[in-house]
Design a protein around this ligand. Structure first.
Ligand SMILES: Cc1cc2nc3c(=O)[nH]c(=O)nc-3n(C[C@H](O)[C@H](O)[C@H](O)COP(=O)(O)OP(=O)(O)OC[C@H]3O[C@@H](n4cnc5c(N)ncnc54)[C@H](O)[C@@H]3O)c2cc1C
Length: 375
């Protein structure tokens, strides 16, 4: 688009999707403002893996080094039984020797992304209440009564997106029947279970325990995902409840769980959304969890949000109008995320491993080359 430089863009939400979109779109010269409800940006204490496609976007946007400085490259992830017998070993997708999957603390990640934006681009304390789509432009109204008009509104406001619910779908998020308990602990407290930079997932009896090393911080992200019928968004859970989820697991995992400081554990019920039919009008578009929140079993939600930001910028740059760019964006990304949403709903029981990795489940250690998790 010729006139991208005159385009006024309002992004709702300064999470990974919103921050990345702000970076990508402002690099194209657009006039970008990000409106974030929180008065201070804080991320959950937990780690995630950034795939090569994501890292390559950072390279393109000139922020690769800022991200690499606070992350560790990783070679593979491994799935094991509760007591540590290998089920399978999978090399992370890698872009030749060029770009590897990197493990990062969520807080460091959002800090690095937001730190790459020009001063003043993000306006904190702006909670969107409603959005009026006027065709060629849209008007945002915030909880404090202020408004903002933009040629393009990017709804990057997460799983409970107001933008989605007002304009595209009034369906509620869907409870997965699971809880996630997430904490970051010191390697020294990990009972000798962290010796390299590779992700290990111990699964069995409806529980998954993830150990995602953050050795550049001398820490490890320790996450339990366990079945629970209580769909309260932030449920009340005791240490005993948590210990019950890891009964029969490697004693060291039980010990780590016992040693957790509950005040530092992020506890939440796990939700996703059903695929949304349309992500855009002529002046509003959804990205990230707002568009396609997915369960975390494939570790693709944040990566998809970054991919969306890159694809949105590409589509707008290549199109003749905003309208055309948004249609191109949806056509590029929706088939990919529809599939990821579906795959992510398959967890990692033995049967489910067999569905995602046909013929490879379980009790074998393998390094398959192509999998459904690769983008
Ligand atoms: C337990 C768990 C584990 C996960 N593990 C992984 C993983 O390993 N790898 C991975 O890639 N992904 C993972 N994810 C998914 C990942 O966290 C999300 O996909 C990602 O955070 C989506 O980014 P986003 O920017 O779209 O949304 P969010 O991160 O939710 O950001 C939305 C932003 O919008 C703001 N906002 C919301 N409403 C409003 C409003 N009305 N007005 C203004 N601002 C608003 C919020 O405050 C927030 O800052 C996991 C998720 C969970 C729950």
């Amino acid at each position: 688009m010729q006139d991208l430089k005159d385009l006024k863009i309002a992004i709702v939400g300064a999470g990974y999707g919103g921050a990345a979109a702000a970076k990508a779109l402002s690099l194209l010269g657009a006039d970008v403002t990000v409106y974030e409800q929180a008065s201070r940006i804080r991320e959950v204490g937990a780690g995630i893996g950034l795939r090569p496609v994501t890292m390559n976007r950072f390279r393109e946007w000139g922020i690769f080094d800022a991200i690499a400085r606070v992350s560790s490259p990783s070679e593979y992830f491994e799935i094991l039984t509760p007591t540590g017998e290998p089920i399978m070993k999978e090399a992370w997708p890698a872009d030749g020797e060029q770009t590897r999957t990197h493990l990062i603390h969520r807080g460091d990640f959002i800090e690095a992304l937001l730190g790459a934006l020009p001063e003043g681009m993000v306006r904190l304390g702006h909670r969107l209440e409603s959005v009026e789509d006027k065709g060629d432009s849209s008007v945002l109204t915030f909880a404090d009564g202020t408004t903002a008009e933009a040629d393009l509104v990017v709804g990057a406001d997460g799983i409970k997106s107001v933008v989605r619910q007002r304009l595209f779908s009034d369906k509620d998020p869907v409870f997965s029947g699971e809880h996630a308990y997430r904490a970051v602990i010191n390697v020294a407290d990990a009972r000798g279970m962290v010796t390299d930079d590779n992700l290990r997932m111990y699964i069995g009896r409806g529980t998954k325990v993830y150990l995602l090393p953050l050795r550049h911080r001398d820490q490890v992200s320790f996450d339990i995902t366990a079945r629970c019928p209580d769909g309260t968004w932030t449920p009340r859970v005791t240490k005993e409840d948590m210990l019950r989820t890891v009964e029969g697991f490697d004693e060291r995992l039980v010990d780590i769980t016992r040693g957790l400081d509950l005040d530092t554990v992020n506890i939440r019920a796990v939700y996703d959304i059903d695929p949304v039919g349309t992500w855009h009008s002529d002046s509003v578009v959804l990205i990230g969890d707002a568009a396609h929140s997915m369960l975390h079993h494939q570790g693709q939600g944040a990566n998809s949000a970054i991919e969306d930001a890159g694809a949105l910028a590409d589509a707008l740059r290549g199109a003749d109008s905003v309208k055309e760019g948004l249609a191109l964006f949806q056509a590029t990304r929706k088939p990919v995320t529809d599939k990821l949403q579906a795959i992510s709903r398959q967890g990692w029981t033995e049967d489910e491993i067999d569905e995602v990795f046909p013929g490879q489940a379980p009790t074998r250690t393998q390094t398959p080359t192509a999998t459904a998790t690769k983008e």
